[in-house]
Each structure stands twice: as C-alpha cells, then as structure tokens.
Write a protein that binds this ligand. Structure first.
Ligand code: F6P
Length: 335
C-alpha cells in the first residue's frame, strides 16, 4: 500500500462531510510542518551549524534564550507571516503578540507556539520539540489588528494542535479534533509519512513522569499519590511504579501517547498561581492531543481545556495521561 503523506491525510480530511479541516487550515498546518523541517535541519547541524549554546538575552519569562529558541521562533514567523491564513501569532519567545503585518493578507486563524520545548536539552543532544496550537480569530477582530485578548481563548476552542519531536526520528503528531496521528519525516524524500494513528493511550502502564526535585512544592495529595505508587505498591498496578523524566515535555508526553502512564508538573501549592508550564502553548495543545487519544488532562482542580486564560504567558499545574490514573487526582489538588 502507498504510504499516506501529511498532505494526502489533510486533503482527505478536507473532503470529508462536515470536515474539521477547511483548505486554509490545511495550508496553515502544512506551513507549520514545513517550518518544523527547517528547525529539524538546524538542530541536526548542532555544533557544525553554530546553533548550540545560549545568547545574552532573556525571554519574557526571564529564561536565558538559547540560540535555537530564537532561530526556531524566527523560522516559524517567517514561514507563517505571508501565507494569508493567519491574523496573528504568539510564542514563548515573544513578549507580546505578532500581528500579521499590513503588507500581507490576513487570515482567520491564530497560531500559538513554543518553538523549542525543553531547550535545555538541546546542547546535550536529547530530544526537544516544537508545540503548536491553532485558534480561530474572534469575529470581533475582523477589520482591525488582532489584540492580545483575542488569543485568550480556552483550550476547548482549539481547532488543531500538535508537536514536532526532534529525536532519533523526527515526528509530527497532530490532531484536528478527530483523532491523533503521527507522521515520521522521511529525510530523503522530505515528506511526512503517517506511521501511527488514530493513536490511543494504552491504559495501565506503571510509569510516572515527574521532577522529584520539586517535591517540596507539591500539595500533600500529590505527595501521597506519588509515594503510594513508588514505594507501597498501592497504585492500580499493584506493584512499585517506574519513573521517567526527560525534562522535555514533548518527549515525556510522546512516550505517554505511545505506551501510557502519567505526567505531572503540579503547581507550587505554597504560592498560589506559581507553576511551570504555560497554558496557551504547552498545556492546552498537549491536553487536546491527550484527550483526543483517550486520555485526560487536568490542572488538579479541573479540566485544563476549560481554564479561562488571563494572560498570554500564564502558567498552570498540569497532570495528564492515562484517564483512570488522572481521575484519582481530579478535584483533589489545588490548581
Ligand atoms: O518549559 C518547559 C519544560 O522544559 C518542559 O519541556 C519540561 O517538562 C519542563 O520544562 C522541565 O522542567 P524541569 O527543568 O523542572 O525539569
């Protein structure tokens, strides 16, 4: 059988009755996927391309920017600015939104992304990724430039989300609201070829992903949850759990999509509102993918995708993965 390319997959989705993939969205996703190929190329060059290491600058979160953070951000802006599908973009690496300049036509979508997730891993040759989320620009911004508040939509409003993972293989994992599909980059052909999907998170995997160094900031309910699993065999597996932490959310979530388990980065219960992961371009797109693959995603109190955003770079606690295991913490942990 002929392999299904990303282009063919999207075109067939576009032709379905009641399609969730109009032509503009298809072209937008293809543009993002093309930019991810360019990012992959830069990452793979590593020291030979002089792309490793940090710059003197900090991003809006006060984090030192890696050369690749800035480069990948520029590649995504350059690829998406002129296509006519977007009204604006926002990213981890830009303090405020990036409206489409007047010299280009404006489209009906908003693109929000983390150009290099887990970028501290890049200098040591571990997997990193690009996470993206697509929203519809509100009708109210027709005829005017987009504003920051136009981006502050809950995760349930996403029309597409995905990530590219730059690891031993380069993959694109995508949802347009009807299942999750994985595409592997065929480097010789330059094509994304479908290699899995619709993906379903396997249940009952006894693996947990959490940064144990943050234990002092966990709520007591999280401490009990982790201790039960790691040391007392009280979790649903009936034996001690294993732990995996890549410190690259894309890599950890990809493992969960493929073989199950739970990922936790809870908020700091000592300081209300203090958390690590960003809602709009990390938690929401990953939650959309995880839910579409049969899993669940919460901030502790409730469903991540129902959180009303109040800021572009807002952070949230995040617990996602195997539905049954996430359910144990739903409503139990302060958000
Ligand atoms: O900012 C995102 C991120 O790098 C994620 O990719 C990852 O899960 C997490 O932060 C790592 O955090 P820590 O440095 O606490 O392990």
């Amino acid at each position: 059988m002929r392999p299904t390319t990303l282009t063919r997959f999207l075109l067939e989705k576009q032709r379905e009755p009641n399609s969730t993939c109009p032509p503009e969205l298809r072209l937008l996703i293809e543009t993002v996927a093309r930019a991810c190929k360019a990012i992959n190329h830069a990452i793979a060059k590593g020291a030979l391309g002089d792309v490793l290491g940090s710059l003197d600058s900090e991003n809006v979160q006060g984090e030192v920017q890696k050369k690749l953070d800035v480069l990948a951000n520029e590649l995504l802006v350059d690829a998406n600015e002129w296509g006519g599908h977007l009204a604006g973009m926002a990213s981890e690496e830009m303090e405020t939104i990036h409206p489409i300049p007047n010299r280009y036509p404006r489209g009906e979508y908003l693109l929000v992304y983390d150009p290099i997730d887990g970028s501290s891993n890049v200098d040591v040759n571990l997997s990193v990724g690009t996470i993206f989320s697509v929203l519809r620009a509100p009708e109210a911004c027709a005829g005017r430039e987009v504003r920051e508040e136009d981006f502050l939509q809950p995760g349930t409003a996403q029309v597409a989300a995905g990530y590219a993972i730059y690891g031993p293989q380069t993959l694109l994992v995508l949802t347009i609201g009807s299942g999750v599909y994985e595409f592997t980059l065929d480097r010789e052909l330059g094509a994304w070829i479908m290699t899995d999907g619709p993906m379903q998170i396997p249940s009952g995997n006894c693996e947990i992903a959490i940064n144990m160094a943050r234990r002092p900031q966990w709520a007591p309910e999280v401490v009990t949850f982790i201790d039960d699993r790691l040391t007392s065999g009280k979790g649903p597996c009936g034996r001690d759990y294993n732990m995996r932490w890549t410190a690259s959310m894309v890599a950890d979530v990809h493992r969960i999509l493929k073989r199950g388990g739970v990922f936790l980065y809870p908020a700091d219960h000592r300081t209300p509102g203090k958390a690590r992961l960003r809602l709009l371009y990390e938690a929401n797109p990953m939650s959309f993918l995880v839910e579409q693959a049969g899993g669940a995603s919460i901030d502790g109190a409730g469903r991540i995708m129902e959180v009303t955003p109040v800021g572009l770079h807002q952070r949230v606690g995040l617990i996602l993965g195997d539905k049954e295991q996430v359910a144990e913490l739903r409503g139990a942990v302060p958000a």
